[in-house]
Design a protein around this ligand. Sequence first.
Ligand SMILES: [Zn+2]
Length: 332
Amino acid sequence: MAYTYKNCIHMLLLLITCLCLNKVIVTGRLVHIQQRTRTNGLVNFLAVGDWGRKGKFNQSLVAHVMGEVGAKLGIDFVISTGDNFYKDGLSGVNDSNFTESFTKVYTARSLQKPWYAVLGNHDYHGNTMAQLSPSLKMHDKRWNCHRSYIVQAGFVHVFFVDTSPFVNKYFVTHPANNFNWAGVLPRDRYLSNILKDLDTALKRSNAIWKIVVGHHPIRSIGKRGDTKELLHQLLPILEANKVPIYINGHDHCLEHINNTRIPIEFLTSGGGSRAWGNITHYERYKENLKFYYDGQGFLSVQFTRSQASIAFYDVFGKTLHSFKLKNHVRND
Ligand SMILES: [Zn+2]
């Protein structure tokens, strides 16, 4: 009994800590986080994915360059596009992989900002509840991870979508499919709630820029390619709500593809550590492919009210590709 009481007090303290660090509001089924913004009219962030390998496979090198670019741009926050901890997520809230792959790697001063993460398929191999737990903030206060949620950063709203449960093959009974679906089942209801909540939230949002982030690509020519479930289920919502940018990881590369109908920029940032997976679907989008780099790196986005500037970097900090968007219309 005393132990239970102690646990309750501990959880209450954690909740108070979380509420103090970030303004977290839960409306309906979606968590809303208010990200503090500056008065200079800019909202800047970096996006990196597929990284947690205890510094190996150039993760530390990417982190170092992120620190330099982050300082130059004066970033407000960092987005993680998922597969945060290899190879099987976190085993619990005290798994040393959290500090060894996150806290001890992204040490640059400019990266000591809130990190907003989604879960990737590898994260679902582990204890997903641990990775979503506010207890992780006791180890590193930068960490924010929910399944699907919204970060409101002034005139920019970022909508995070939990994409792994959409992928049919992860639900096929197979010895290699060791996914932990606690909190997701029944699947049909979970997916329809995500789509309904996202559509409603996008329609209600009065942000100038509404962007969507998920782990899996909608369109990709990389090793893993398109996610057909997202093409059919998520893309129509993005198109209907005129979302100008979708950012993902999963394919371990850097990539920029245009939509084939209504303008959407598909940006893959999955080069946080192990890369070089080869182009395997080049023919599919050769008309719409703007950029592909098969190695490690990350991207930056700088928003003003009227313009978005996007740039991709390699491990040496070289800008590999950049472009601007104005009023949701491409302006190269
Ligand atoms: Zn993945």
